[in-house]
Design a protein around this ligand. Sequence first.
Ligand SMILES: Cc1cc2nc3c(=O)[nH]c(=O)nc-3n(C[C@H](O)[C@H](O)[C@H](O)COP(=O)(O)OP(=O)(O)OC[C@H]3O[C@@H](n4cnc5c(N)ncnc54)[C@H](O)[C@@H]3O)c2cc1C
Ligand code: SF4
Length: 327
Amino acid sequence: MLRLPRFRYLAPRSLDEAVRLLAEHGPQAMLVAGGTDVYPKMKRRQFGPSVLVGLARVPGLGRVEGDGASGIAIGALSMLSSIATDPMLRKHYPAIPEAAEVISTPPLRNMGTLGGNLCVDTRCTYYDQTYPWRASIDFCLKKDGDTCWVAPGSPRCLAVSSSDLAPVMIALGARYELLGPEGARAIEAEDFYRDDGSAYIAKKPGELLARVRVGPAGGWRSTYAKLRRRGAFDFPVMGAAVAVRVGPNDEIENARIVVGGIASAPVFMEEASRVLAGKRPSETLIREAAALTFRPAKALDNTDLAPLYRKKMVPIFVERCLRKLLL
Ligand SMILES: Cc1cc2nc3c(=O)[nH]c(=O)nc-3n(C[C@H](O)[C@H](O)[C@H](O)COP(=O)(O)OP(=O)(O)OC[C@H]3O[C@@H](n4cnc5c(N)ncnc54)[C@H](O)[C@@H]3O)c2cc1C
Ligand code: SF4
């Protein structure tokens, strides 16, 4: 049986107190929200904080505020299960509940939070293992070692971004509100993720994610489709998030296609998104746009299912999403 190491758990009652505690304890402290990723990783010694700053008792961050007309603010502590069943989100921002409802299992969705999902660690076959397993290969670049076993010549870790909600937030043009020792700042979801399996988010030391804002939903339609081995539960090994804004004369005014689970950050499919804009939906246009997602999809052999299969599934999933939204 894997056991948790010893640690201190601090329970701040406000965001400011959480930020102060993080600053006070420095690199030995780590944030925990639902703990569905943090605790298993502590048991496997992938994370080794001596202090956990738990956000569970910070009030006011567990709600979805606003509506489709004004735009929304979702608190970082909102539970995945409440996001998955929120009728307003389902109506105006359907990709958000569609992604939330396929994360993990019901008990984990009752613990896991939006903030934890958007900041969740990257994954790799050589890293998501017990301590003795990782010791047997002399560890790897991401933790305790100096070689990347996926690409031994690589100077950086190539672990995969495996959050279901991150590509959705990029597709919807969301902004993240962060709070840290230097005060509050906002960052576009697209700029928050980095193509680096170790330093995979642009969160400065001591910062926390407080809220996610998405603009008014007028004209926007969105959806999410996830590839995984088992339909009951599994991390995404590819996930397509698509948002399109359709004008009154049926013309596609804007399109944003983002694919997760194939690189260290979600991949914004620029060419495919661009080709849709300003055109009326048709079978031919959808097939053309979907085909353009094949080349930029460069899945690696460090997670479940063969990389070429995952790459081939990208245009298929994108086409399914576009058909659902446009035809
Ligand atoms: C069996 C299993 C299956 C899973 N399946 C999926 C899946 O299909 N899809 C998927 O996306 N995930 C999956 N996960 C991962 C995880 O459960 C989810 O991503 C969940 O949403 C994490 O939320 P949490 O609140 O529990 O995060 P925690 O475990 O508390 O934290 C996760 C990370 O986020 C940081 N963090 C938490 N809150 C904040 C905040 N407000 N600001 C800044 N940093 C913060 C923590 O420091 C930590 O690094 C799975 C996990 C397990 C154990
Ligand atoms: S991609 Fe390389 S460095 Fe990163 S976790 Fe996997 S083996 Fe380790």
